[in-house]
Write a protein that binds this ligand. Sequence first.
Ligand SMILES: C[S@@+](CC[C@H](N)C(=O)[O-])C[C@H]1O[C@@H](n2cnc3c(N)ncnc32)[C@H](O)[C@@H]1O
Length: 269
Amino acid sequence: MPLPGETESEFGVPIPGVILPEADWARTAVKRLPPDGPLDWPTMFGRAAPVVLELGCGNARYTLASAIARPDHDHVAVDVLPVVIRYATRRGNQRGLGNTRFVVKDAQTFVGRYVGEGTVAEVHLYHPQPYHDPREAHRRLVTPKFLADVHRSLGPGGTFVIQTDNPDYWAYLSAVLPVFFAFREQEGPWPDAPEGRSRREILSRSRGLKIFRGEGRRLDGLSRAEALSLAAGLPAPTFRSRGPWCDLDAMEEREGRAEGGPPRGGRTR
Ligand SMILES: C[S@@+](CC[C@H](N)C(=O)[O-])C[C@H]1O[C@@H](n2cnc3c(N)ncnc32)[C@H](O)[C@@H]1O
């Protein structure tokens, strides 16, 4: 258990923020979602501020960094695995991040049911699970309907940031993203995080894998009905996924329950 004043790191890269004395900790867990949405962000955070949503956040390294760097933005990070949210929540609490909430939920359900239309400024998705086994392809997060729902959740000019180390996933994304977003590929690391925005990015780069990054600006001229109609005509993510990154995914899956857990890279004062 890290002590106040300590910083943490994983794979030799510091996890943003410093652990505060317990009296300054925040409460970042959303323990229970109402049966129906949408969630009311100003009520949740006690103020009106731009909302940044991270989906499939894992240990939420990006959200922690962004919440510290942008105290004038509110952050919501979602993952389907309770254990990773437990670790992320503890880090958010210990850093006193009152502008952050962590939620255990399937991201498709969260975006479809709990995010009001046009209520989010940014959606971030780092390294969605590729599911190499064809029998599991139906579990892939990014489907045309999901993209239409991300489009609906963003306000005018809102942005969708996505990255993967899986070329097959990226080929699929490159085909479908421009239907909903004015999309541009980001060459090289994001300037705010030269060593990697997420745990998976840092791990993949340490294994020499190429990272595919991009940012899409919501196409504001597209109505909800048009977005849904376009989504219905797009292919499902049934691509075959092969290559060296499969081994890394298998390793992650074996160790995965520790993802975001106590940092393996140690901690420093
Ligand atoms: C490869 S990890 C990436 C984690 C983190 N974004 C990163 O880049 O380090 C994929 C994450 O997506 C989560 N995930 C998979 N399917 C999901 C879903 N349907 N909804 C929400 N999270 C999901 C997993 O639990 C896991 O934490």
